[in-house]
Write a protein that binds this ligand. Sequence first.
Ligand code: GDP
Length: 314
Amino acid sequence: MEKGYEVHGLIRRSSNFNTQRIEHIYVDPHNAHKARMKLHYADLSDASSLRRWLDTILPDEVYNLAAQSHVAVSFEIPDYTADVVATGALRLLEAVRSHISATGRSHIRYYQAGSSEMFGSTPPPQDETTPFHPRSPYAASKCAAHWYTVNYREAYGIFACNGILFNHESPRRGENFVTRKITRAVGRIKIGLQRKLFLGNLQASRDWGFAGDYVEAMWLMLQQEKPDDYVVATEESHTVEEFLEVAFGHVGLNWRDHVAIDKRYFRPTEVDNLKGDATKAKKVLGWKPRVGFEQLVKMMVDQDVELAKKEKVL
Ligand code: GDP
């Protein structure tokens, strides 16, 4: 929206409202004539809804950021995960293809949210040429979506890009991802609302970047002359334990006094070590991350301390 775009979000129906994280930019279309963000109900499991909204909105750029995005949960609901993450991407690509052939709008551009999870157990550093070895139903489904996107580009000449983004976080991260789970707990422990935090594998290493920086890279991919695939990463890797160290340390606490291990959070197959090589994105897109690891952790902790203070008053 800062770039002047009109943004149409396709949202999934839920019995509770699930738009809290975009409430600050949402303008009720009844009050504001010129609301630049509009929300419509659709679902990646409903092909007709995708085609109908493409034909109605007539978008220039389509970003597929939808997923059942939790790796551990994908072991519990693998079939649903594959339907949304893999076949969902195929449905959207197919909707784009048929929309183009019906309307001639061949300038439309498509972004597919790939994931560093696709590399799985292939050792780092990982770049665009690294073989995939997915380690979860989520990761295997992302691999399928990746290859569907490549195929639609090659078969039909659609401007379609895969962004292979390493973990990207922000204060808006869902609370069951390890980063936010930790910073949320740090806030609550600091304010006296909680004493213990239960986690799984502390030795896993991730290349954690700031989501705001990564969205810029997605946009840059769609502004190039030719569609292509890019790894987006900070090129720095840290263990969950290092994350704990910085997060608790930032508010003067020692994580060892508060963290306990719960075997339920271990995964049947783990991705031990992710560290990206973003040379291509840097060279071709002129992209580089602005927010470093410590800054990211502190940003998330600061927000969650404030959130815990508000919770305490309530
Ligand atoms: P992922 O990289 O997409 O799976 O992102 P997550 O934030 O869910 O997990 C990152 C790493 O943290 C994985 O290696 C997990 O096994 C590890 N981890 C350790 N404890 C936890 C936990 O309590 N919750 C989650 N979500 N991950 C944990």
